[in-house]
Design a protein. Structure first.
Length: 208
């Protein structure tokens, strides 16, 4: 409430006070929010180690957002020593609970072989889960994968479709990639790619 100014003047220090009170009582949501305040230096001095401390408390309780945030801290070495294995561990926990950003990040780790053995098939699996939740970054990466045939058979029609989805969401790299790949495609392939993009978009809206 105080951090967003909902019904009261926005006051980060007051928000921290109430988050801390609730966090000390073991409420996972408050612990996560307090971690975010420390990570962003809102209402308190920025302190990555404190952010990690509170994320971990909530993550250990199974809160997916905190697990994703803790994975990011390990991946970037913020507040803890950089550790890709730990990053993957926490990303996976959050990804299994449906957090799109964690699914995307886990896909990146598999694609690069960071913290896990490099595995393009697993990368595709997690990118697809995130893409199905309208992650433009995952849609773009799927486009690249299908264009290059990494972990999947090369398929320019699907690549064009995923680039189109990501471009529609405002991803500038996808807009450029869509234009580039279309120059090497037949008009029929481009038309099929457009239809595929529409089908993918419809299937996502139907599943909501």
């Amino acid at each position: 409430m105080y951090d967003k100014g909902d019904g009261v003047p926005e006051d980060d220090a007051e928000a921290v006070k109430w988050y801390r009170e609730a966090a000390d009582q073991g409420l996972a949501g408050a612990q996560t929010n307090l971690g975010l305040m420390y990570a962003n230096g809102k209402g308190v001095a920025e302190d990555d180690a404190e952010a990690v401390k509170w994320y971990r408390k909530a993550a250990d309780k199974g809160l997916a957002e905190a697990q994703a945030n803790l994975g990011l801290m390990y991946a970037n070495g913020k507040g803890v020593a950089e550790d890709d294995v730990e990053a993957v561990k926490w990303y996976r926990k959050a990804a299994d609970q449906g957090i799109a950003e964690a699914q995307f990040s886990l896909g990146v780790k598999y694609a690069k072989g960071e913290g896990v053995a490099e595995d393009d098939v697993e990368a595709v699996k997690w990118y697809r889960k995130a893409a199905d939740q309208e992650s433009a970054k995952a849609q773009f990466n799927l486009g690249v994968i299908y264009a290059n045939g990494e972990g999947v058979p090369e398929n320019w029609v699907l690549a064009y479709a995923y680039f189109s989805l990501a471009a529609a969401a405002g991803n500038s790299d996808a807009k450029e990639a869509k234009q580039t790949i279309s120059k090497s495609m037949t008009s029929d392939q481009v038309s099929e790619g457009q239809k595929m993009s529409e089908r993918l978009m419809k299937s996502k809206s139907d599943s909501k």
